[in-house]
Design a protein around this ligand. Structure first.
Ligand code: DX5
Ligand code: ZN
Length: 216
């Protein structure tokens, strides 16, 4: 079985010591960092933008998994790609039609980046089916996007096997929101290949142990 990719969300990290916070998950053997970008329109919160991604890129060789929770994603693909994002995931709900989705995917690919699409809890997973052959990852939100530290919505996890059955094994199924040692197990046993975890990792006393618990 392929190893599960853990992607710690720095939304729950201490921004005054971001470099240390990133290095501590790296020491725990993690290769990805999840960066939550929010614009105050698509979601009711504002977080990290392009300059922060650029600064992170200068300090680490880790894989930068960038989760755009923003309107008009097409306007921001180039800046995030140039800032050093490795994977750019945008929301299907931020797109007006199929042509719009395809345009954003094409843009991401034009910068040689991996492309992901995300679905909110109330979006049917079938909505992503037309794009699967063009995508590297599908992110299934297991909370309403906007804030860290929310409770896992169990029904959302049932999208995982539906997507797994309808996709190539190369497609990474990522889950995000309320992931802890218990919900991680539920998601991986249903077929998730990547787990985003913010508060479970960064609010824990021992980061290495928290990462180890997720791996198990
Ligand atoms: C929520 C973000 C998540 C968030 C997860 O909108 O997309 O990545 O940081 O935080 P936890 O793991 O605390 O639910
Ligand atoms: Zn996220």
């Amino acid at each position: 079985m392929r190893e599960v990719i853990i992607s710690p969300s720095i939304l729950s990290a201490d921004f005054m010591k971001l470099e240390d916070e990133i290095n501590s998950v790296k020491r725990a053997g993690v290769e990805w960092i999840h960066i939550d970008v929010m614009d105050g329109h698509f979601v009711p919160n504002i977080t990290i933008g392009v300059p922060v991604v650029k600064s992170i890129r200068k300090k680490t060789d880790m894989f930068l998994d960038t989760h755009l929770m923003i309107e008009n994603p097409e306007k921001y693909i180039e800046p995030f790609a140039k800032a050093g994002a490795d994977l750019i995931t945008f929301h299907i709900e931020a797109c007006k039609d199929e042509g719009h989705v395809l345009e954003v995917i094409r843009l991401i690919k034009s910068f040689n980046k991996k492309a992901g699409i995300s679905v909110k809890p109330n979006t049917n997973i079938k909505e992503v089916f037309p794009y699967l052959k063009d995508l590297d990852l599908v992110l299934i939100m297991t909370v309403e996007p906007g804030f860290g530290g929310q409770e896992f919505i169990h029904e959302c996890a049932m999208k995982i096997p539906v997507l797994r059955e309808n996709s190539d094994e190369k497609l990474i199924i990522q889950v995000d929101g309320g992931i802890n040692n218990v919900t991680a197990k539920i998601c991986t046993s249903l077929g998730a290949g990547s787990l985003v975890a913010g508060s479970y990792i960064y609010n824990s006393e021992n980061i290495e142990k928290a990462v180890e618990n997720l791996r198990k």
